[in-house]
Design a protein around this ligand. Structure first.
Ligand code: AMP
Ligand code: FE
Ligand code: FE
Ligand code: ZN
Length: 288
């Protein structure tokens, strides 16, 4: 893997490929990132590092800086909390075991939801598999794609607003570790944890200060500030929290290919923020 310390701007640190719920392969995604004029892109598939190798190889080909990452599923009470992890050892046993557990649980959970949906709609598990790349982290987006091709809903968003919504009647929650365990696992693997889109539910939806303090004490490094789903009042609160806790602020697209309207590079990360992430990676210090 080329040394990410020689990175170029613009920098987009949050994207998904078909290794999770994006619609492009890792190689296609990296080519799209180059086409969009980015200098640096991170691949952050949900609970998987399966795309790193292909993405890194393509990045070398097209002259883009590649930052290996992942978006770890965690859960705080009933709330799903996504945690971005950068530059960690993909072979680290505790983290790899936990992500495997999450992927397995996601699969049974998706099967449960599809079984429920199948009672009311013409939908089978095979329909979902037809929209899921082999070995990919399965999620509601794959069920949404199957519902779209069965003509039940017009697009992914419509599926999320109705049948796949937590109150839609078919929902099943997913197993995930706590955010605190997530931070510890990521640091244990030499990586750098950054809370993904922490203000999608507005300033009052941000993890409470007391718990945030515990995350920071355990190694939380940053907050994803510039993300289309963070609200404006939420962003103002995030700036204050970053100042208070000394956290890194990032910005990114959360690109999912054709699966979401988010476009590559629509939000970017300042070079100083990436510098700090690189400096904090114990794995990078050890290997490169
Ligand atoms: P899951 O992790 O299986 O519960 O599904 C959540 C994932 O679905 C998130 O990672 C989002 O990328 C995706 N998602 C959420 N809302 C939408 C939407 N309205 N349209 C498309 N994808 C969505
Ligand atoms: Fe996603
Ligand atoms: Fe997310
Ligand atoms: Zn994401």
């Amino acid at each position: 893997m080329a040394d990410p310390r020689a990175f170029r701007a613009p920098i987009d640190l949050h994207t998904h490929s078909s290794v999770s719920d994006g619609t492009e392969s890792p190689a296609e995604l990296v080519r799209a990132a180059a086409g969009a004029g980015l200098g640096t892109v991170a691949l952050t598939d949900h609970d998987s590092t399966g795309g790193w190798e292909d993405a890194a190889a393509t990045a070398s080909e097209v002259g883009l800086t590649f930052v290996p990452g992942m978006e770890l599923s965690t859960r705080y009470g009933w709330k799903s909390v996504h945690m971005l992890a950068y530059l960690f050892d993909p072979a680290d046993e505790p983290l790899a075991a936990e992500t495997l557990r999450i992927r397995d649980a996601r699969r049974s959970r998706a099967e449960t939801m599809v079984a429920r949906l199948g009672l009311d709609y013409d939908l089978s598990w095979d329909d979902v598999l037809a929209h899921t790349a082999p070995g990919a982290t399965v999620g509601r987006p794959h069920i949404a794609d199957a519902l779209v091709s069965r003509g039940v809903v017009p697009d992914r968003s419509a599926a999320f607003e109705t049948l796949l919504h937590p109150r839609g009647g078919y929902y099943e929650p997913i197993y995930a570790p706590t955010p605190l365990d997530g931070v510890r696992l990521i640091r244990g693997a030499g990586g750098v944890p950054v809370l993904a889109h922490p203000a999608t539910r507005g300033r009052d939806g941000i993890i409470q200060d007391v718990y945030l303090q515990r995350l920071v004490d355990s190694g939380l490094a940053g907050l994803e500030l510039d993300h289309r789903e963070n609200t404006e009042d939420g962003k103002a609160a995030l700036r204050q929290l970053a100042e208070h806790f000394g956290l890194i602020l990032t910005g990114s697209s959360d690109y999912h290919g054709a699966g979401k309207p988010n476009r590559l590079g629509e939000n970017t990360t300042p070079p100083e923020s990436l510098e700090r992430i690189l400096d904090e990676s114990a794995y990078l210090a050890r290997t490169g």
